[in-house]
Design a protein around this ligand. Structure first.
Ligand SMILES: *[C@@H]1O[C@H](CO)[C@@H](O)[C@H](O)[C@H]1NC(C)=O
Ligand SMILES: *[C@@H]1O[C@H](CO)[C@@H](O)[C@H](O)[C@H]1NC(C)=O
Ligand SMILES: *[C@@H]1O[C@H](CO)[C@@H](O)[C@H](O)[C@H]1NC(C)=O
Ligand SMILES: *[C@@H]1O[C@H](CO)[C@@H](O)[C@H](O)[C@H]1NC(C)=O
Ligand SMILES: *[C@@H]1O[C@H](CO)[C@@H](O)[C@H](O)[C@H]1NC(C)=O
Ligand SMILES: *[C@@H]1O[C@H](CO)[C@@H](O)[C@H](O)[C@H]1NC(C)=O
Ligand SMILES: *[C@@H]1O[C@H](CO)[C@@H](O)[C@H](O)[C@H]1NC(C)=O
Ligand SMILES: *[C@@H]1O[C@H](CO)[C@@H](O)[C@H](O)[C@H]1NC(C)=O
Ligand SMILES: *[C@@H]1O[C@H](CO)[C@@H](O)[C@H](O)[C@H]1NC(C)=O
Ligand SMILES: *[C@@H]1O[C@H](CO)[C@@H](O)[C@H](O)[C@H]1NC(C)=O
Ligand SMILES: *[C@@H]1O[C@H](CO)[C@@H](O)[C@H](O)[C@H]1NC(C)=O
Ligand SMILES: *[C@@H]1O[C@H](CO)[C@@H](O)[C@H](O)[C@H]1NC(C)=O
Ligand SMILES: [Cu+2]
Length: 554
């Protein structure tokens, strides 16, 4: 080939690349919306008058620009859950971590690129409990001319599971932090904003999908609920999992899916049952005995051309406390073989994190419940966002970088008796600082302090490999040998098993400040979080640029 021909080929490649990367623009007006999912009307905060909010649909390689105008009465931020935000940490969204809130009447434009991730993610408010109604799907298709690593579905549907209260959720959040708080349980779960036929006053308002016999559908299931892990089933149909948290998986066929808040699961559904009506249903997987919302949300899978008026067939959902079923699903899935997901084998930083609840004396003769990691209950700063403090080097009074790599006390973590004696915890704003590109391995060990339960841990800014998970206390000597270093599943949110542990690994190749927290909002409000501060790398392409001019300040 001549030099001129090479030039021509290269030029075409550049044009093809540029042409396939779009800028996807949205305007989000966040404001009041009156809705009546159950028997009462409520004014909620929603985006563009929609609940769920608008779906953002992009191709890998695109740039997303979302202009958020806050017309609500509350401070607002939006988080793009699962998006790496490589060098765009200013657009990540958690309040007081990467930005101060967008005040009522103000706006902020989030700009970020979608690089090397495909599948289903979502966006949600990241302040108070406003994500109850401020959420929507973020769907990443493969770049043009590239296809899914599975059969092309005839159609796709987002299935967003939500949680509904007949209450003002900002008041609920405030109440959850009061002494001896018993958090009011929700009144319903929803599928695409609607509770379905099993609730009073919800008739005629059930989400319905029409399918054609013999065709294949892709359901992009998202758990947007606040405080509950959820089982999901469709009567008469198996589901084949092909992706979780926007990462491809080996196909895994199951009759039941379980998702923790924050997680997504893409499944293929083949409409091969006897033509008719079938319920899809979601209800709680409850790992701790407590007051909870035991209701069931439904939607309908309707075969085209069937006119029968019979009640749809209902799936038999697992018992609320069916941990074996939940664990089987959570632990059996593996990353798609041959896709190029590669586990780093060398580890630079080892962390062992005890996590769970705790108490502090508060009020008069009362106690308040806190959440903690390594006995530190995270307090958000209020004067300056952590990322601004880090960027300008003025972190004093905002945070300290002495978050411990190990818990202060070694005890029988999952033993309720041992845990009772040491239930007091303390508040701080301690973070863990990481050198650019270091490889981090974290063991999450649930404790039995206050309550034994599963906690969905979400890491901002990165996906991680899930090397192993199990019950009881983690034992480095024996459990290390069970690590899957070949094709472990990857996620951005891991449901650490009730009374158990999980081990994750990731490469800290994204400079910025990244929150890591329990995705049960009630626990996040109690301080169940910490953050990683990842240093800049040696080059401009590994250095966080300055904040955008319209970044909201405190
Ligand atoms: C939005 O609703 C709240 C009540 O929840 C009300 O106080 C406020 O005035 C409303 N704002 C607008 C702009 O309608
Ligand atoms: C929570 O429930 C209690 C008891 O029913 C009620 O008094 C309170 O108003 C509820 N909280 C909110 C925010 O609605
Ligand atoms: C559904 O809506 C129609 C018209 O709005 C009404 O006539 C009917 O009674 C409703 N059915 C139920 C079950 O609520
Ligand atoms: C679902 O898969 C199981 C196990 O492969 C099988 O026994 C069952 O018949 C399937 N159910 C349906 C509805 O296809
Ligand atoms: C849900 O709880 C209520 C009240 O505690 C109880 O009456 C009802 O039987 C429970 N429903 C289910 C499906 O367990
Ligand atoms: C799947 O889960 C079951 C039950 O937890 C377990 O026995 C089995 O080893 C798991 N299989 C894989 C491939 O992880
Ligand atoms: C707190 O406890 C002390 C000692 O038990 C008691 O004297 C006091 O009245 C209590 N105060 C309140 C507000 O309950
Ligand atoms: C905790 O203590 C109770 C009462 O002493 C005892 O019955 C129980 O077996 C203990 N539990 C554990 C896990 O040691
Ligand atoms: C946590 O810290 C508190 C206060 O410093 C202490 O009393 C408690 O024993 C510690 N608990 C654990 C589990 O380390
Ligand atoms: C990060 O570290 C890995 C090896 O641990 C190395 O292969 C890679 O080049 C590094 N990346 C950067 C951007 O420094
Ligand atoms: C577990 O063992 C490995 C290898 O021996 C060691 O590097 C690591 O620090 C240990 N991790 C914990 C949490 O003890
Ligand atoms: C809203 O944010 C501002 C700026 O951080 C803060 O001063 C104010 O207290 C916040 N308002 C509420 C209700 O949290
Ligand atoms: Cu939690």
């Amino acid at each position: 080939m001549t030099r001129a021909m090479w030039l021509l080929v290269c030029t075409f490649m550049v044009i093809a690349f540029v042409a396939s990367a779009d800028v996807v623009k949205h305007t989000f007006r966040v404001g009041n919306l009156t809705v009546k999912p159950l028997c009462e009307e409520w004014v909620v905060v929603a985006v563009n008058g929609q609940l769920p909010g608008p779906t953002i649909s992009v191709h890998e390689g695109d740039t997303v620009v979302v202009h958020v105008i806050n017309e609500s009465p509350y401070n607002m931020t939006i988080h793009w859950h699962g998006i790496f935000q490589q060098l765009t940490g200013w657009a990540d969204g958690p309040v007081y971590v990467t930005q101060c809130p967008i005040l009522p009447g103000n706006s902020y434009t989030y700009r970020f690129n979608i690089i090397k991730q495909e599948g289903t993610l979502w966006w949600h408010a990241h302040v108070s409990w406003l994500r109850t109604t401020v959420y929507g799907a973020l769907i990443i298709h493969p770049r043009e001319h590239r296809s899914y690593p599975f059969i092309k579905p005839n159609r796709e549907f987002p299935i967003i599971l939500g949680e509904w209260w007949n209450a003002n959720v900002v008041n609920l959040e405030a109440e959850s932090r009061l002494p001896g708080a018993a958090v009011n349980v929700s009144d319903a779960y929803t599928i695409n904003g609607r509770p379905g036929d099993l609730y009073q006053c919800a008739n005629n308002n059930t989400y319905t999908i029409e399918v054609v016999h013999g065709k294949t559908y892709l359901l992009r299931i998202i758990n947007a609920a606040l405080n509950n892990e959820l089982f999901f089933m469709i009567a008469g149909h198996n589901l084949t999992v092909v992706g979780i948290d926007a990462l491809y998986t080996d196909p895994y066929t199951t009759d039941v899916v379980v998702l923790a808040p924050g997680q997504t699961t893409d499944v293929l559904l083949v409409a091969n049952a006897t033509p008719g009506s079938y319920y899809m249903a979601a209800r709680a997987y409850l790992s701790a005995p407590s007051q909870f919302d035991n209701t069931t949300a439904t939607a309908i899978l309707q075969y085209k051309g069937v006119t029968s008026v019979a009640t749809p067939l209902m799936p038999v959902l697992p018992e609320f406390n069916d941990t074996p079923t939940a664990h089987k699903f959570y632990s059996n899935i593996t990353a798609l073989s041959g896709w190029g997901y590669e586990v780093p084998l060398h580890v630079d930083v080892h962390m062992f994190i005890t996590e769970g609840l705790g108490m502090e004396p508060c009020g008069q003769n009362a106690t308040c419940t806190l959440g903690s990691m390594n006995n530190e209950s995270f307090q958000l700063p209020t004067k300056l966002s952590m990322l601004e403090a880090h960027f300008s080097g003025a972190v004093q009074g905002i945070f300290t970088d002495d978050f411990p790599d190990t818990p202060p006390l070694v005890f029988d973590y999952t033993n309720e008796n041992a845990s009772q004696l040491i239930s007091t915890t303390r508040k701080s704003t301690r973070v863990k600082r990481l050198a650019y590109n270091s490889t981090v391995e974290m063991v999450f060990q649930n404790t039995a302090i206050v309550s034994v339960q599963s906690h969905p841990i979400h890491l901002h800014g990165f996906d991680f490999f899930v090397l192993a998970q199990g019950f009881g206390n983690y034992d480095n000597a024996t459990h290390r040998s069970t690590f899957n270093l070949v094709n472990p599943q990857m996620r951005n949110t891991i449901a650490v098993p009730v009374g158990g542990w999980a081990v994750i690994r990731f490469r800290a190749d994204n400079p910025g400040v990244w929150l890591i927290h329990c995705h049960l909002d009630v626990h996040l409000s109690w301080g169940f979080a910490t953050a990683f501060v990842v240093d800049n790398g040696p080059t401009p392409s590994s250095t966080l640029p300055p904040p955008p001019a319209d970044l909201p300040r405190c």
